[in-house]
Design a protein around this ligand. Structure first.
Ligand code: SF4
Ligand code: MG
Length: 320
């Protein structure tokens, strides 16, 4: 199976087209090798669903997923396995995602030996020690259980578990949200170091726009399963265009104060099962006009290469 995998290296990225899984509408995204694409949105916007579709945990009922040129959403379980090891996930809560009864060694060795049945115990132990060093956990602690570690260390161990199979692509779903603010930056820095050292590509999922500023190549802002804006991190933070992006940025004083005028959100997030007509954001948008209630705004490319889904941006309305 080595030759098979060699031909399926991550080249073009992952595309998710027209996925209509309930929580994710009209999403078309690609992730370039070596980049961090951050997907930002409030809870219930469909970002975790998107991650699970990409990883094959949910099957999309429409749309296609390509991993370097190869369509993967139609593969059988057996055909899926080689991709599965190349795509790993890091979860929000390391305590819930690590088995409390297993030692670090068991946690890290089990997937390793499952995917590499011929590996000797020495090789496995060396690999585990190496990966522990990579994430900054002392290999001398290999026989410890999760409860013997701090929250930050536990997240380092979950990251080690994500790395143990030498993945190309990592989906990190709110990887720092459960951690103290003082620890968050350490874990983000670790993830970025690992991306450099191991040539990784990330899909970084978060509700918190402030954590993605320095780690992202590009940012996609999702609202009720719809991409509002997709832009380079620089453009998104310096020149946000969609009213929802601008409202999110207004809520982060340090980042948003320079150019974005303060924008407030009206009302509540509707439920995804009862989507508003037209622009799904219209009941919360201070700039909404009649057209917004009737017509779904297309995701248009702007001259700077950003994509924005908003009638007001498209038609040049005065939006302050
Ligand atoms: Fe607001 Fe209309 Fe733009 Fe939607 S399309 S974000 S309602 S201005
Ligand atoms: Mg989630």
């Amino acid at each position: 199976s080595g030759g098979f995998l060699d031909q399926l290296r991550f080249k073009g990225g992952i595309h998710l087209e027209k996925t209509t899984v309930k929580a994710v509408n009209n999403v078309s995204l690609f992730v370039n090798k070596g980049e961090t694409l951050s997907v930002v949105g409030e809870s219930g916007c469909g970002k975790s669903t998107l991650a699970r579709v990409i990883l094959g945990l949910y099957r999309p009922n429409a749309g296609k997923i390509f991993y370097g040129g190869q369509r993967i959403d139609t593969l059988s379980h057996e055909q899926w396995l080689p991709f599965r090891r190349k795509m790993q996930m890091i979860f929000q809560d390391p305590y819930a995602s690590l088995n409390p009864r297993k030692t670090v060694r068991q946690t890290l060795e089990e997937p390793l030996r499952f995917h590499n049945p011929k590996m000797t115990s020495e090789e496995a132990r060396d690999k585990v020690a190496y990966v522990m060093e990579q994430v900054g956990v002392d290999p001398a602690w290999i026989a410890r259980h999760p409860h013997e570690f701090s929250g930050g260390q536990r997240q380092r161990i979950s990251i080690a578990r994500g790395l143990i199979l030498d993945p190309d692509f990592i989906v990190a779903d709110e990887p720092v949200s459960a951690l103290d603010v003082s620890i968050q930056a350490q874990i983000l820095n670790l993830l970025m170091d690992l991306r450099e050292k191991h040539d990784l590509t990330y899909l970084f999922i978060t509700h918190d726009l402030s954590v993605v500023h320095h780690i992202s190549s590009r940012v996609a802002v999702l609202y009720l399963g719809t991409v509002c804006e997709l832009a380079s991190a620089n453009d998104l933070f310096n020149e946000p265009r969609h009213p929802y992006t601008r409202a999110l940025l207004s809520a982060i004083p340090k980042v948003g104060e320079k150019k974005a005028k303060h924008i407030k959100l009206k009302g509540e997030v509707p439920t995804p099962v009862n989507l508003p007509s037209g622009c799904v954001f219209h009941n919360r948008c201070v700039f909404a006009r009649d057209r917004c209630k009737k017509e779904f705004p297309r995701l248009n490319e702007l001259p700077n290469g950003s994509f924005v889904s908003c009638h007001g941006v498209e038609e040049g309305w005065d939006m302050g």
